[in-house]
Design a protein around this ligand. Structure first.
Ligand code: ZN
Ligand code: ZN
Length: 137
């Protein structure tokens, strides 16, 4: 089989997109890299990272930059809120169907034309609520 460079790049990107969608959460580039290695044994972390940013530019995925120091990737491209667990760092989607836009927004953003939601909520996830925290020394 010929390995046309452009076709190989397209296939790499497709595999990365498929794996991100099947992970279904908000993984880091490293998590995605580990997930695609079975199918793309020669891919490097840098290539995965570049492809993720190309996919984001193409509007196939979203990059979550406002949730701490980690860069996370989201297979969902619709506007939705995130909630971040302050103990384990897990990021979950908030069902934005329960939030009506833009009526739910407070008055202090008046004067702006609201185009979407990018921010996140902070909390403690159910798993961490059920785990007793060992006292710190
Ligand atoms: Zn947690
Ligand atoms: Zn999300």
């Amino acid at each position: 089989m010929s390995s046309h460079p452009a076709r190989r790049r397209t296939r790499q990107r497709q595999v990365i997109l498929e794996e991100l969608r099947s992970l279904g959460c908000h993984p880091t580039a490293l998590t995605i890299y580990n997930a695609v290695r079975d199918r793309l044994p020669r891919v490097s972390l840098g290539t995965v990272y570049r492809n993720l940013h190309v996919l984001a530019e193409q509007g196939e995925i979203r990059v979550l930059e406002s949730l701490g120091e980690r860069t996370l990737f989201d297979h969902r491209t619709d506007d939705h809120l995130h909630v971040v667990c302050e103990r384990c760092g897990k990021v979950a989607d908030v069902d934005s169907g329960t939030i009506s836009m833009p009526e739910a927004l407070p008055d202090f953003v008046s004067g702006y034309e609201i185009t979407g939601i990018r921010g996140g909520l902070v909390g403690i996830c159910p798993e961490c609520q059920n785990t007793s925290v060992s006292p710190r020394p």
